[in-house]
Design a protein around this ligand. Structure first.
Ligand SMILES: Nc1nc2c(ncn2[C@@H]2O[C@H](COP(=O)(O)OP(=O)(O)OP(=O)(O)O)[C@@H](O)[C@H]2O)c(=O)[nH]1
Length: 242
């Protein structure tokens, strides 16, 4: 011992170890120190390995979580949002509307006589038609709005920051596109939909707006289907009978 501060540092520094080894050559504790040093290095390697595995597992858990989250919010058949996925979008939209006092539109679309389509052509063909409708909605609306599968053969489109005119044009485009989807078979029959349109000018609960679009959609069904109806206050007072 030479009176310097010989406190042994954690032996993770090879340089420090070599320095101590030189200083204490021949010391009886050196062999023990050497063996401890090797053990320490082994433990350090194992620890690093465990840390790497831990990082990997954490990344996998995060991937799984985001996959689960996506699945919980997405309709597996069409890839559109399901109701669970739509609610956060509605919440964000509501905030945006409150801030900007902007208008927004709601379209509620229900395919016509879809039970007959299923009965006649089978559920699998019905599924293909639902996928085609979802693709139409995505291509027409998704850059400006949010599309969701609201129920079995029912779809909801929310359009923030749109004009009444552009909402109607969009609804018309959707109607036309759906009318061009052929039903299976060779008899030139096509799909059709009834669409309820509601344009919201002032702050309102989005749930209320959807209810109004729903009333308009039922009116479209009652009037013969394959058409769009715009919500008017009288619709709230009359009972629509299908
Ligand atoms: N293929 C398929 N069919 C579905 C799915 N979800 C709901 N449906 C069907 O959609 C049909 C809806 O039938 P209804 O509610 O009677 O309505 P509709 O026959 O379209 O009649 P209207 O709406 O009055 O024009 C039912 O036969 C459901 O089984 C689905 O994921 N795939």
């Amino acid at each position: 011992m030479n009176g310097q501060d010989d406190t042994l540092q954690p032996v993770d520094s090879g340089k420090r170890y070599i320095q101590l080894e030189k200083q204490y050559t021949g010391h009886p504790l050196l062999a023990e120190l050497d063996s401890l040093h090797r053990q320490y290095q082994r433990l350090e390697r194992r620890l690093n390995k465990i840390a790497r595995i831990g990082d990997l597992m954490q990344a996998q858990i995060m991937d799984l979580n985001s996959e689960l989250d996506k699945r919980a919010k997405t309709d597996p058949l069409t890839g559109l949002f399901n109701r669970g996925g739509l609610y956060p979008q509605m919440f964000a939209l509501k905030k945006q509307l409150e801030l900007n006092h902007s208008c927004f539109g709601v379209l509620l679309l229900d395919l016509d006589y879809f039970k007959e389509v299923n009965d006649q052509f089978g559920h699998l063909q019905g599924d293909h038609l639902l996928i085609s409708v979802a693709a139409i909605l995505q291509s027409i609306c998704s850059t400006q709005g949010v599309c969701a599968r609201w129920g079995g053969e029912e779809f909801l489109i929310l359009m923030p920051d749109c004009s009444e005119k552009s909402l109607h044009t969009m609804a018309e485009n959707i109607m036309q596109a759906i009318r061009s989807v052929p039903l299976p078979g060779n008899d030139e029959r096509y799909l059709s939909a009834s669409i309820g349109v509601y344009f919201c000018r002032e702050a309102e609960m989005i749930d209320d707006s959807i209810r109004k679009a729903d009333l308009a959609m039922y009116k479209a069904k009652a009037q013969g289907r394959d058409q769009l109806v715009t919500y008017s206050p009288e619709l709230g007072e009359t009972k629509v009978v299908l």
